[in-house]
Design a binder for this molecule. Structure first.
Ligand code: PLP
Length: 411
């Protein structure tokens, strides 16, 4: 994919839209949560300013709320390649995944099987493992290559059987950035009649999602990872959702997707979700409908991050004692490393003192850090790029790491 950074990526224009960047902090912790642009802040404020009420009341404020929710569903559908009527909105991915796991597990019987992966964030592991225990289903594990952290799609040929009901897999690792071949995994799962639940929380901020091409029956995203508010969504076909019956209050609607949404939504955040998707679509200039603009903008983002990540890895690898964790065949804008003489938390703390925000520890990649043998040694340092990441942020990171490893011992 060839995208000219010079002509299409106006980093200064993008950065000027993010008020949080004004204090000079290098926010390289996007996988933990991105900053939000003015348009998202404004949309949320404007929703409150113009008056909100609960949905389905007989007055204008309530009709505005209905519109905000409908718009957010359409925006998330555009982002994921789904349909608005299949977008379940909620507080975050973890809560929604527990909810979907409980509903799906009601359709499982003893002896059924599910497949989870070592690569995944625990939010796409534990809800399934626990739901399987309740249903008496067997859990099978897809393994990562401990050197590369690649998750081979081929192993699913053995893991998936005629008893498999669900395969849960990440589109990308939140810790290393490792991308998976979801389409190949889905083909094997579907051939056996299993559903595929894709955790795209760590993928959506870095590359274009298309749940149809991926073969995802359900796909989960979190808006706060792509410059939106703290909210999550799971997208499926309305037909699939119609076959599932979650616990719900008696008087609440039985409609799909609403029956999967508990209580009152964060209504103002709905406006923020829509604004964030619009913002992603407009990262680079150009016309077209929102899906087309998302195609173009996210292709440019992927290409830019790929260049920046390769350059940064090259420079960090040249520093004594800095070791990359994993060497995936394909990765998102994510870098993960350890330092021989310093604990990951210490590295992050020292960078934090210099206004460089990175994450450290296991980052909830619980099984992955165990498989890599780093869970008990403090995990790793994680750097993630976001649309607003400047080359100078990465220069600062490399310079700070260079002086840190030159003088690691500090009392
Ligand atoms: C890959 C991945 N999946 C799931 C989650 C959980 O998302 P949420 O915080 O929306 O529950 C995260 C959060 O960091 C993540 O990175």
């Amino acid at each position: 994919m060839l995208v000219s950074m010079d002509t299409t990526w106006d980093i200064e224009r993008i950065r000027s839209q993010y008020p949080a960047l004004k204090d000079g902090t290098a926010y390289l912790d996007g996988a933990g949560g991105t900053q939000v642009p003015d348009c998202v802040i404004e949309a949320i404020c404007e929703a409150h300013r113009s008056g909100l009420s609960n949905v389905h009341g007989p007055f204008a404020a309530s009709r505005r709320s209905v519109r905000l929710v409908a718009d957010a569903r359409t925006a998330v559908a555009d982002l994921t390649g789904g349909v608005a009527g299949g977008v379940v909105l909620g507080p975050n991915m973890t809560t929604l995944t527990y909810r979907l796991a409980a509903a799906l597990a009601r359709t499982w019987v003893r002896g059924d099987e599910i497949v989870v992966s070592e690569l995944d964030h625990d939010a796409n592991v534990r809800p399934w493992v626990q739901a399987a225990a309740t249903a008496g289903a067997t859990v099978r594990w897809a393994r990562v290559d401990p050197l590369t952290t690649d998750l081979s799609a081929g192993q699913y040929g053995e893991l998936v059987t005629s008893r498999t009901r669900l395969v849960a897999v990440a589109a990308a690792s939140n810790l290393i950035g490792t991308m998976t071949d979801v389409a190949a995994i889905s083909r094997l799962a579907h051939a056996a009649g299993a559903l595929v639940y894709v955790d795209a929380v760590a993928a959506a901020p870095h590359f274009r999602l298309d749940m149809g091409l991926m073969g995802a029956d359900l796909i989960a995203v979190s808006a706060y990872k792509w410059c939106g508010p703290h909210a999550g969504a799971v997208v499926a076909s309305p037909e699939l959702l119609g076959t599932l019956h979650p616990d719900k209050l008696e008087p609440s609607t039985n409609d799909v997707p609403e029956r999967f949404e508990l209580g009152t939504a964060g209504l103002a955040n709905m406006a923020g979700i829509t604004a964030a998707v619009d913002h992603l679509a407009d990262l680079v200039a150009g016309g077209g409908d929102r899906r087309e603009r998302l195609d173009r903008s996210l292709a440019a983002l992927t290409a830019r991050e790929d260049t920046l990540v390769r350059g940064t890895i090259r420079r960090l690898t040249g520093l004594p004692g800095v070791r990359m964790v994993g060497a995936p065949t394909q990765r998102t804008g994510t870098i993960c490393f350890t330092v021989d003489s310093l604990a990951p938390d210490e590295v992050a703390a020292r960078l934090g003192e210099q206004g460089i925000n990175v994450w450290s520890g296991h980052a909830y990649a619980w099984e992955l850090t165990r498989a890599l043998g780093i869970r008990d040694t403090g995990g790793a340092v994680r750097v993630t790029l976001a649309p607003y990441t400047a080359e100078s942020d990465l220069d600062r990171l490399v310079a700070a790491m260079a002086s840190m490893v030159a003088e690691p011992a500090r009392s």
